[in-house]
Design a protein around this ligand. Sequence first.
Ligand code: SF4
Ligand code: SF4
Length: 409
Amino acid sequence: MDRRSFLKSAAVLSTASTLPPLAPAVLAAEGEPARVRKYNVLGKTGLKMSDISFGAGKLPSASMILRAVDRGINYFDTAPDYGQSEKLIGEALSRHKGRDKMYLASKFCRAVPYQDGISHLYPGATKAEYIASVEESLKRMNTDYLDVVFVHALGEKPEYEAQKQRLTDPEMLAAVADLKKAGKVRALAVSSHGAHNMETLALDAVQTGHYDILMLAFNFLTFPKVPEVLKAAHAKGVGIIAMKTLAGAKDSGVKPEGATPFPHAAFKWVLQHPEVSGLVVTIKTTDELDLYLQASGQAFAAADQRALDHYAALFGSDYCRTGCGTCQSACPAGVEIGAILRHHMYFADYGDEKRAMQEYAGLERNAAVCETCADNDACNAACPYGLTVGEKLRAAHRTLSWDAPVAKG
Ligand code: SF4
Ligand code: SF4
C-alpha cells in the first residue's frame, strides 16, 4: 500500500469479523509448506491480519521475513530495541518490494536501554522524542509509514498510577496526532505482558478512547480477567492481538497419543476467542514457521485440549501466570515477584539472556533479599498454582545478577 492509498483507507469496522481467507481454507497438501489460512479484521483499524503473525524479536535474517510473506503472514511486530530486527526488515523491504503485503508494527522506544534498563519512552519524553522514535524506526525499516505504533509493556513497573499516566501522556498523544496527520502512523496501540496490573491497565486503555489496538499476554493457563477486557475492547471496536500464547514455551515436543502438537493447541485455544484477531509469536527458524502455520484457520478440538492438559500437568506448577500478582502482597519486602520470574523465563526458556539481565538490573526491588528471607518464604503459600516461589526467586537472582554467584545445575 502506498502513502496515498493508506491515507484514503478510512474503513472503520466495528467488529473483528473474519474475511474470506486469501489462501485455500484447507490444510496444505502433503509436501507443500504450511501457510496462513485465515485473516481477521483488527477492530476499527480495518487491518486484516493473519491469525498467526510474526514476532520479530529474534529475527535471524531478512530472508526469514520474505519467507513469512510468501506463506501469507502479513503482520510483523518489531521494536527499536529488538536487536537488528528493524534493520533486517528494512533489508527485506529493499530486496523485495513487498511493503503492500505487510503491516508493520513498532514501539515508542529507544534502540538502547535507557536509565534503569528500560528502553521504552515514558512521560517526561517530549513530543519531539516520540516523533523521533518513529522517524528512526522508519529509517531503519526503509519505509515511510508504520501501520501501528505501540505504547509498549504497560505494567512493567509496579506503580499503578505512573503506568496509567503513560496512556494519556499529552506529549505522546500530540506526537501521535501529528504522525497520523502526516501519514506516518496508522493506528495507536498499547501492549502489556504484566507483570503488574495488566488487566486493569488494559481496561483503562480502552476507556481512554485513544487506542485502536490492545496486545495482551493471553494463554490457556489462567487469565481470569482477560475475557472482561476482551469484551470491553470489542464493544469499542478496539482490536485484540494475543502474545505469550505458548505459556512459557517449555514444550519438549513429547505429546500424549492422540494429542495435537502443543503449539497448535495453544494457538487454537487463544484464537477460538472471537474478539482475538490474531496472535504474534516469535519465529526464528523455518521449522518454527512451518510448525506454527499449520495451526492457522483451524478450530480448537478435543485433541488440542489433551495437549493442553498434558502441558499443564508437566509445567503448570512451574509457570508464573503473566499479570497474576496474587502472591505479591505476601512479601513484606515488596520483591517484584512476577517481573523477576518473567525475566527468568526470558533467560531460561526464550534464550534472551542479555536483555533479561539488563532488565533485572533495572528493578527497584530484586530478589537479593530472598537469599536470606526473613519471612520464611511466605510467598510460597500465597501462590494458588503451587509454585515454589521463594526457591525460584533465589535461582532467578543467581542467574540474572551480574555479580551473584552462578546458579548450580
Ligand atoms: S522469599 Fe521471602 S523475601 Fe523473597 S519474595 Fe518470598 S517472602 Fe519475599
Ligand atoms: S508466583 Fe504464583 S501467585 Fe505469584 S504471580 Fe506467579 S502465578 Fe501468581
